[in-house]
Design a protein around this ligand. Structure first.
Ligand code: FES
Length: 127
């Protein structure tokens, strides 16, 4: 019976292969609450895409995609205006992600944020 354990393991590994490396992550603990400035933003990467973390006026931590909804350029945060600008075709977004001007057809995507202790976890939206 002892001889069968490695065999069983090999069979199970074959039936249940390790997860593909290409798979997109659904949730990542990406930063500590102390990393997020009181004003301004922290840029991180989630599934190789830029994400901006920042505090709202009420102190809540929000995660907005940094990918412009027009043609996918990376938007930049402009501290003087507290807005995001896309340099490709001049779309402008508010801190809520709303598209204010330019060709962007819709708001920036946002991610669900979960705070546990000091850890900030962001989750891909299920659509
Ligand atoms: Fe951002 Fe065109 S890609 S405005």
């Amino acid at each position: 019976i002892a001889m069968s354990v490695p065999v069983l393991y090999a069979v199970l590994r074959y039936i249940i292969p390790p997860q593909s490396r290409e798979r997109l992550l659904e949730a990542v603990t990406i930063a500590k609450t102390g990393d997020i400035p009181a004003t301004g933003v922290k840029r991180v990467k989630f599934n190789k895409k830029p994400v901006y973390l920042f505090r709202t006026a009420t102190g809540q931590i929000k995660a907005l995609s940094g990918v412009c909804t027009h043609l996918g350029c990376v938007v930049e945060f402009i501290p003087e205006e507290t807005r995001f600008h896309c340099n490709c075709h001049s779309s402008v977004f508010t801190m809520e992600g709303t598209n204010l001007s330019g060709p962007a057809p819709r708001p920036l995507d946002s991610y669900r944020v979960e705070i546990k202790g000091d850890d900030i976890t962001i989750m891909a939206k299920k659509s």
